[in-house]
Ligand binder design. Structure first.
Ligand code: BES
Ligand code: ZN
Ligand code: ZN
Length: 472
């Protein structure tokens, strides 16, 4: 990435992307194009390719329609610029200033353009293939946008790291390999790292994650990474569901629902991406990432309906559906986070199909025991344009979760609807008094089976950037 200032504009020897709003008047040195602009439909996303003579050769000027100024948002800008970059596939310099308007400063426009560039260029490298070199994207502006663009590209790189982990097939991205990835990240970023295997989990009594793990030939891992940027202050835990594959267990998923279940570790991938972003920024905060990793499969010892598991907290759980495994892994991870001293917890999980039914693919379902805590996250998500929608938990859901004649609770309440709220209420049973907690259900927003003009299909790295904003 290179950053140019306006005085260097004429010397830039590559294609230039010039964003233009409908009805806009271009500043110098582009004012000669103002007359032709009137003829063009500058709807957001439309690209017009002009050739500018330069000495004996020529360079390209790409006019990018941005539509109506008053309809432009941060999200729309990065998607529009991202789509242009993804389709152009060549080295490009982006002129930033004309993308700004009253409600989007040049600095904000630069951050979105740079993030959009980094995010949109990502493609998963096929297994066994070599990573392709990407065309370089540069930026030009009248303002000093160097640090802003660097930071936005860092955020995109961490989001893409999470996407890469999420996109890996489950025969490669096993719980052991996920733990190795975390360990390598810890080494690179100088983080404290602790990885517990089945032996330690048995000794400490983490019976819920171990119950899920019984049908798998790969061991479970409980992974803890700690970043301490504010010594002496309380820790927040980012807890991720790391089901490297969810076949459903003995409540086997039908084939069509099993497709895509390699993405059931996207909560884990995304909390790793967020911690990486926080640590690389050297933020003055204390954050730990805790990941419960296992497969949910069928095997001779696999857990079944009517089993009773004793969780790390000591609470007992009657299994009523082996496919409701995420909450079992998470409840031990949440207890572990509190044993490690976390005073605030944000868990992220591809937890319920009901969340996809309620909110679709663009929203993440949010649940909390602290409106103030969720309010802070919502402010950050409004800034990044990653959509959250709050869903309820109340005593009625807790009552249903606690109804069991053989244990303290069941892992699945059958036939009453509101599956996402019931799952959230189950998790809240494990949150200690005085601990602020948010649960994020990313079952819909974690991955897309079709690509979009601004993004490759697959894992989205959703909320990595928002969590990075939250812990700056
Ligand atoms: N991993 C799934 C949730 C899921 C479904 C994620 C669709 C992404 C897309 C989770 O473990 C699961 O199977 N949940 C069950 C819970 C039910 C048995 C109470 C579900 O949603 O059907
Ligand atoms: Zn499941
Ligand atoms: Zn699952």
């Amino acid at each position: 990435m290179k950053i140019y200032n306006l005085t260097e504009l004429s010397a830039i020897n590559m294609s230039l992307l010039l964003p233009v709003y409908e009805g806009a008047v271009l500043p110098d040195p582009f004012s000669e194009y103002n007359s032709c602009l009137k003829e063009l439909d500058l709807e957001a996303g439309k690209l017009f390719h002009l050739l500018i003579p330069q000495g004996s050769s020529s360079k390209s000027l790409l006019l990018l329609g941005l539509g109506k100024q008053e309809e432009m948002t941060a999200r729309k800008l990065r998607e529009t610029i991202g789509s242009a970059i993804r389709s152009f596939k060549k080295t490009l310099c982006i002129f930033i200033d004309t993308a700004a308007w009253e409600h989007l400063s040049i600095e904000e426009a630069a951050a979105e353009a740079a993030f959009g560039a980094g995010f949109s260029q990502y493609d998963f490298t096929k297994i066994g293939s070599k990573e392709e070199k990407l065309p370089e994207i540069s930026f030009v502006s009248s303002k000093d946008i160097d640090a802003i663009c660097q930071d936005a590209l860092l955020a995109a790189a961490c989001v893409n790291h999470a996407r890469n982990l999420g996109n890996m097939p489950s025969n490669i991205m096993t719980p052991e390999v996920l733990a190795k990835e975390a360990e390598e990240m810890a080494q690179e970023l100088n983080l404290e790292c602790e990885i517990l295997t089945n032996k330690e989990l048995e000794e400490m009594g983490a019976g819920a994650i171990l119950g899920v793990n019984k049908g798998s030939s790969h061991g479970a891992r409980l992974i803890t990474l700690k970043y301490e940027g504010a010594p002496g202050k309380d820790f927040t835990a980012l807890v991720g569901k790391g089901l490297t594959f969810d076949a459903g267990g003995y409540n086997l998923k039908p084939g069509s629902s099993m497709d895509g279940m390699k993405f059931d570790m996207c909560g884990a991938a995304n909390v790793l991406g967020a911690l990486e972003l926080i640590a690389r920024r050297k933020a003055k905060v204390n954050v730990m990432a805790i990941i419960g990793a296992t497969e949910n499969k069928i095997g001779p010892d696999g857990y079944t309906c009517n089993d009773v598991l004793t969780s790390l907290s000591g609470k007992t759980i009657e299994i009523t559906n082996t496919d409701a495994e995420g909450r079992l892994v998470l409840c031990d991870a949440i207890t572990w986070a509190q044993q490690k001293g976390a005073k605030r917890i944000i868990d992220m999980a591809t937890l319920t199909g009901a969340c996809v039914a309620a909110l679709g693919k663009n929203y993440t379902g949010a649940f909390t025991n602290s409106q103030a805590f969720l309010g802070k996250l919502e402010t950050c998500s409004q800034k990044t344009g990653e959509k959250l929608w709050q869903l309820p938990i109340d005593e009625d859901f807790h009552k249903q979760v606690r109804e069991s004649s053989v244990a303290d609770m069941t892992n699945c309440v059958i036939g009453t609807g509101a599956g996402s709220s019931l799952a959230a209420a189950f998790l809240e049973e494990f949150v200690d008094e005085g601990v602020e907690w948010i649960h994020l259900d990313i079952a819909g927003s974690s991955d897309f089976s079709d690509g979009k003009p601004y993004m490759a299909k697959g894992a989205t790295g959703v909320l990595v950037r928002t969590l990075g904003e939250m812990f700056r």
